[in-house]
Design a protein. Structure first.
Length: 368
């Protein structure tokens, strides 16, 4: 049996209505900042629970443009998570700012108890990462941000419809940054991103920033970027967005099933599942003894398990100027050695999930 990681063939296997929408769209010639994009932005804001959303080129640009809109510039410091994907760090570096890392806890999100010690006079923003679909503990982070008068940009790229106390990711900070990359829970057919906010001034600033700073075709108000979400991709987004809640709920259901059965295996440890958290499981990650051997065994049995991530960002060559060393972020280091990601998407059947459980059980029996 094969349990694949990418679900895109399944997600778009029956989409004749989408093809009809795209054919209709092509006939309009409304390709740049078109009506379908405006519709998608309005629907996305409503889904998340904000007044505004702004479609941009990628999740990376969603973070970058948010920081620029807040006035973060070269030489400033931005606090973020040590275990995040490169895109978070790249967005900070692209504007000449310095990423300042905070270690995570076993929820895979930054440990809020470690933030204050990282704040300096150069700190201009905090970017908590809602990693794997698990939200950073925003109530505590908000208190810290308020104490030091620091804006928050939520990296919610992996957490569409994740929430704490029914308050969604992307509604806690000044701005929320989401990704529509093909492997995200809500995806389009290429790169794509979207920013959420309740701040009208920031909204208007971002409309300029994503489109060269143009007020109209002949008037440039500020220096901006070419970072529009293609209207073509918005058509795809409009087709998929009504399924967002179903996608989240099915991933949650699959994760609960895996939790129930994998937790019975002595050498598997399930991460904390905190009360009042809605974890949307962009990634389903557990802790595993003999992780590397288990990973190899799963792959040999047709399960496309992965590791997110085997080498943390703070040790990558791209940030060598920060002069970090192994041991600076011990929880992140520990995770790189014992976490494993199993497929958990909405298209998997009970047979797929049972097969994952069966293979993991068999591996540990053989290891005795």
């Amino acid at each position: 049996m094969k349990v694949r990681y990418s679900y895109l063939k399944d997600q778009f296997a029956n989409c004749n209505d989408l093809w009809a929408n795209l054919k209709r769209f092509v006939g309009t010639g409304d390709f740049t900042l078109g009506k379908d994009l405006k519709k998608f932005e309005k629907s996305f804001a409503k889904l998340i629970g904000t007044k505004y959303s702004i479609g941009v080129n990628s999740g990376t640009d969603a973070i970058k443009l948010s920081l620029v809109a807040l006035g973060v510039k070269s030489g400033d410091e931005v606090i973020t998570a040590a275990n995040t994907f490169v895109a978070t760090i790249g967005a900070i570096q692209e504007i000449g700012a310095k990423p300042v890392f905070v270690d995570c806890d076993d929820t895979f999100c930054m440990n809020p108890n470690l933030i204050e010690q990282k704040i300096t006079k150069k700190t201009k923003a905090i970017v908590p990462v809602h990693f794997t679909g698990y939200m950073s503990y925003m109530p505590q982070i908000l208190k810290i941000a308020k104490k030091y008068d620091l804006p928050i940009v939520e990296d919610a790229c992996q957490s569409i419809l994740g929430s704490i106390n029914n308050k969604n990711a992307g509604t806690w900070g000044k701005l929320g940054a989401f990704s529509l990359h093909p492997l995200k829970n809500i995806n389009v057919w290429s790169d794509g991103g979207i920013i959420t906010t309740n701040d009208k001034k920031l909204y208007n600033q971002l409309l300029l920033l994503r489109n060269h700073g143009l007020i109209d075709r002949d008037t440039v108000k500020i220096a901006g970027f070419n970072s529009r979400l293609d209207t073509f991709q918005a058509v795809v987004g409009n087709w998929l967005l009504p399924k967002a809640k179903m996608i989240a709920n099915q991933r949650i259901s699959n994760a609960k099933y895996l939790d129930k059965h994998l937790s019975k295996i002595k050498n598997i440890k399930i991460p904390p599942r905190l009360k009042n958290y809605k974890i949307v499981f962009h990634l389903y990650i557990v802790f595993a003894k003999n992780r590397d051997k288990l990973l190899k065994y799963c792959k040999s049995k047709g399960i496309e398990a992965k590791v997110h991530y085997p080498k943390p960002m703070y040790l990558q060559e791209s940030v060598k100027d920060l002069k970090h060393k192994i041991g600076d972020f011990p929880v992140t280091d520990r995770h790189t050695k014992n976490i494993i990601t199993f497929p958990c998407d909405q298209h998997l059947t009970k047979k797929h999930l049972d097969y994952i459980i069966k293979v993991v059980k068999k591996f540990y029996k053989l290891e005795k």
